[in-house]
Design a protein. Structure first.
Length: 395
């Protein structure tokens, strides 16, 4: 293929615009970066009323079946499976798609893989840790859900031409699935890099949420799920309160579902830390909140673990505190651009927070190193060039 030839790429992302977080934000960033390089990008996403036909040069087709609540997912994934496959196939043929790229969702990986085999279009899976290990389900006693998701994931891997791992080490995938190393495209979890932190100064946000005169420990969880380690962070707040650290507040950004947010508010009251935590609810733009934060605390319980907000926080020059894993140690270095603890416990996290409170110079140094690491490895504009090379090598 000619190096200057325009590619026609379809990206399948369930919540490309509505309720977008993590993986969906990655799909947005990649789609727009590809358009900026002159390629044609079509997004097949869930059906919503008043959906834009085009956004930032990306053509949007809200044709996938409308999302149902969990109790109705059987209808969404299985009863409507034939129509989903047909819709993807028709749009792919109409737009002369050359590459199909699936973000997240194991079953859509299967459907799209079938379309690819029928039409002769290469399929790339773009996966995060939720698609790989499903560890949170097993650890929370939902073993049947774990088995079903793993089965769907294995089918998706088998019908895909390449699997792009965002941040995850290839060995982690190969331990769970039978596939050759050549099929894996190992990459960072690319993100759209925010402007310099000073750009996001916003005194209205600072004053509204009481973010001044405190050491702010931030955490972002769009859906505030119980697998995001929020309980451990609240217990960390309790440990620090018991130590009479009065100048620390914990900032939780997220909570699309009011019920989830209310659950954690009740937990904060139960742990007697309601005066030490700030719940902002869902915020479409988190960067001004991160600007007024001093530290980012990541407590995702999965060994494979990854969160896009980790990279966004680092890009805002925040030191990140997280549990030490093989994945983290591959990309980052303790006390250089992150702070890693051995165990994700309230006392370990409290110790790390106090470390930064007592050493402002190190807080600033690690934060600035963190942004430089992100600029070097995780910029989606740079990554999109590598993605294009992977696509072309499939022809």
């Amino acid at each position: 293929m000619n190096s200057k030839q325009v590619l026609r790429i379809a990206i399948i992302s369930v919540e490309y615009l509505v309720n977008a977080s993590g993986s969906e934000k990655g799909a947005q960033a990649l789609a727009e970066a590809l358009v900026n390089k002159g390629h044609k990008v079509y997004v097949f996403t869930s059906h919503y009323k008043n959906h834009p036909k085009e956004l930032n040069g990306v053509k949007i087709y809200p044709v996938l079946n409308k999302l149902f609540q969990n109790k109705k997912r059987f209808i969404h994934e299985y009863v409507n499976s034939f129509s989903t496959i047909i819709k993807i196939a028709i749009l792919s043929r109409q737009n002369k798609v050359q590459i199909l790229n699936v973000h997240d969702d194991q079953m859509l990986g299967v459907f799209t893989g079938i379309v690819g085999k029928i039409l002769g279009i290469p399929v790339i899976l773009t996966w995060i840790k939720a698609d790989l290990g499903f560890e949170s389900f097993k650890q929370n006693g939902k073993y049947w859900t774990y088995l079903i998701r793993r089965f769907k994931a294995r089918m998706a891997v088998n019908v895909a031409d390449r699997v792009m791992l965002k941040g995850i080490l290839p060995d982690a995938l190969m331990k769970r699935y039978s596939l050759k190393r050549e099929k894996i495209f190992h990459a960072p979890n690319p993100t759209k890099i925010p402007l310099a932190p000073s750009h996001y100064e916003n005194n209205d946000i600072r004053d509204k949420w009481g973010l001044k005169d405190f050491f702010i420990v931030a955490n972002v969880a769009t859906r505030m799920g119980d697998n995001k380690g929020i309980d451990t962070i609240l217990k960390t707040a309790k440990v620090l309160k018991d130590r009479n650290n009065d100048k620390i507040k914990f900032l939780f950004i997220g909570g699309k579902r009011p019920s989830a947010l209310e659950f954690w508010r009740r937990k904060a009251k139960q742990y007697e830390v309601e005066d030490r935590v700030i719940f902002t609810g869902y915020q479409p733009d988190i960067f001004s909140f991160l600007y007024y934060s001093n530290l980012y605390l990541l407590n995702d319980i999965g060994e494979i673990g990854w969160q896009r907000t980790l990279v966004e926080a680092m890009a805002m020059e925040l030191p990140v505190v997280s549990r030490r894993t093989n994945t983290f140690c591959h990309w980052f270095k303790h006390l250089q651009d992150v702070y890693l603890v051995e165990q994700a416990t309230p006392h370990e996290f409290a110790k790390a927070i106090e470390y930064f409170i007592n050493d402002y110079a190190t807080q600033i140094r690690i934060g600035k190193n963190a942004r430089q690491t992100v600029l070097k490895e995780w910029d989606v504009e740079k990554f999109s060039s590598k993605f294009i090379t992977v696509c072309k090598n499939l022809f």
